[in-house]
Design a protein around this ligand. Sequence first.
Ligand code: ADP
Length: 188
Amino acid sequence: MYNGNIVLLGAPGSGKGTLAKQLSEKYGYTLITTGDILREEKRSGSEIGKKINDILGKGNLVPDDIVNEIIKNKLEKYLPNSRIIFDGFPRTVVQGEFLDTIADIGLVIYLEVSDDTIRERIIERGKTSGREDDQSIDIINRRILQYKTETKPLIDFYDSKKIIATIDGEESINEVFHRVENIIKSWK
Ligand code: ADP
């Protein structure tokens, strides 16, 4: 059984949040969800919140230095005693390199889904999520573009370290969870 930190990689709407929740409930992982953390900063009106106010919700990525600093602060609280799931971090290669300097990552789960599925799921989620970035097709497309240019290079980054496992994110929620459990159980 793999017993270390896990990174979840995948497009917006690929199912990272759902999977992270299932894994933390069943196996006791600590969750670090950057989207939630950043939205909370924005709501709180903190200095960081003011800086990211115009970025968040528009489909653009928050600058690496801001996100890296937030993650570093969170990790000081948790490491080295927790097994952590990173949901939404790293989202750029710069963030991936930074993460390597502050935590050991032995498993990256990549949830693969088509662009059409991403759009369908986010539009559906937007009916109840209350998130402004889930409401407009232009913003959704912007996020897909950001994902392709900024985040997808992380697949090669982790592939070269031989720590990435690809899962078909088009499968049902239960099937995805089942496959991920099998990977964690057999991962060296
Ligand atoms: P989704 O996965 O559906 O895009 P998230 O809640 O993970 O939703 O992220 C929402 C927004 O928060 C992103 O569009 C981006 O603006 C910002 N964000 C989250 N994580 C990061 C990150 N690691 N780096 C930069 N921006 C981020």
